[in-house]
Every structure is written in structure tokens, then in C-alpha cells.
Ligand binder design. Sequence first.
Ligand code: ZN
Length: 311
Amino acid sequence: MVLLVCAGLAAHAEGKSSTKKQKPVRLARHPVVALTFDDLPAGGGLPPNQTRAQIAATLASELLAHHLKGVYGFVNGVDVADDPDEQEALRTWVEAGMLLGNHTWSHPSLNDVSAAAFEQEIARNEPVLAQFAKEHDWHWFRYPYLYEGDTLEKRRAVRAWLKAHHYRIAQVTLNFNDDDWDDAYGRCAAKKDDTAIGWLRQSYLDNAAEFIRVGREEQLTAFGHEVPNVLLLHETPFTALMLPELLRVLDRQGFRYRDLAKVQRNRVYALDPDAASAVGGPLPNQFLNARHLAYPPFEPEPTEKLEGLCR
Ligand SMILES: [Zn+2]
């Protein structure tokens, strides 16, 4: 088993982080979003008495209860062959009407490996996808950590390989590091600390709302308008616990749900900042960083409290 830690908000760190007051920005009444889940079938640490199959079943049933089907889950196949529970998780996800995409075999950082080694990681994952996705289109690729290349040569080489192998890049416009809550949740659940778990639930939702707002405002700076969104979530125990409440937050903000292929028909998704970056990030962030544009002010994630909670 490998523990996968995905897609940081490091891209924000390059921008101007500030909490000073600014004029409120007018956002669309009915933004559009496609949900996506990374790190199937084994995202986050597994709490006692839970299985990967149960987490996949919970997420899928929560999505179906919200009338959402055809949601992409991006797979790391590294342990699947040796773990019947992971196999069952993938079968459960697909039988519920959800889809699978490629997230590399073992979740390497493109910053740490060559383009050729990274391409091998993508190719090595394909038999798992072919086995479990059946007739559905699994030729969608999500970069681990949203790192798309710390040199321009790597970035261009991997993009060319993906194109030659008929992949589309599953971009991201909204991301709030939902997987940063799992370790603390595991510790607090083991201690049965309901007060701490209550704080975890509320801070998860507050952080989601804040980063969804700032993600939308970033699009105004990067593109001059909001775009149909792709939201990155993770297939983790805490997000499985929180998804119904998270969907209520999105509903209250007027979000309407579309599938990934439809969202990425928007012309923005054909744009490429074509710039090396060691911090990667969602597509609007890549443009902000490449053009040295300032980020809107935002309240940062409560990282220190998450790391210290229930120790
Ligand atoms: Zn990941």
C-alpha cells in the first residue's frame, strides 16, 4: 500500500496571499461544475473497520442520490492486482455508473522523474483501466499533484505523448485540498473526539467555500470571465463522509452539474500556458503564475491546526 498525497495548493503560494479587504467581486449566479475524484481506489489512510470498497460505494451512492452519474475517478493501479478490496472498489464505482481515468501507475511527481519515465508510468496503468472501465472511455489523464512539468521540455514531451496516445488532460479549475483533512480525521476518530471532529467538518466546509470562491475569482483575472469548472476531490474517507454536505454548499451557491467531457468543450480548456512550473496547479493558476498576475486575497487552509489536532 502506498499513501498518496495529491495536488497541493502550492500554486497559490506563488501568488500574493493576503487577507486584506477588497471590493466584493460579482460572480455568476449559476456556475457550472464537473466533479472529479483522484487517487482511486486507495486515497487517504484507511480508518479501522472500513474497506476501500465501502468508501467507493459510499461516494457512488452519494453521487447517485444527487442525480450525478458518469463522474470520473482517476486511478493509480499500483496495488490493485494484489488487493481484492481495491479491485472491489473499482468494480463498485464502475457498476454504479461512474467512470475511470488515468492518474499514473504509482503517483510520481513529474518534478522528480524524466518525461520518458513518466510516460511509462501512464502506460503501465493502462491494463488496469482496460480491465475495470470496460467499454467506457478511460483516455483522460490527471497529473499527480497537478505538476505538468518543471521544465518546458518535459511539459511539451508529456503533452505530445498524451496527444499521440489519444488522451485528453483532465484539467482542474477548483481545488481545496480536501485530502488534507484525512489524517486528522483518522486520529480524532481513533480517540472518539467528537468536538474535534465537529471542527474538522466545519473547517472542511468553510475551506471548500473559500477556495471555490477564490478559484472563481482567479478565473476573472486569468481569462476575464468565469468558465465551466472542474472540481478536484479525492476518494478519501473524510470526503466520503462530507460529500453530501459539500454538495449542499455547491447547491446553495447555484452550481449546476455537468460531465467532464461537456465542461472541457469550453475553449479555455484548449489553452496552454506553455510555461515550466515546479508548482503546477489548476489551469487558471498556471496562467496567473506564467503571467506573474496577483492572486485575489484568500483565507489560507488551517494547516497548522490540522497537523496538530488529536495528537
Ligand atoms: Zn493524486
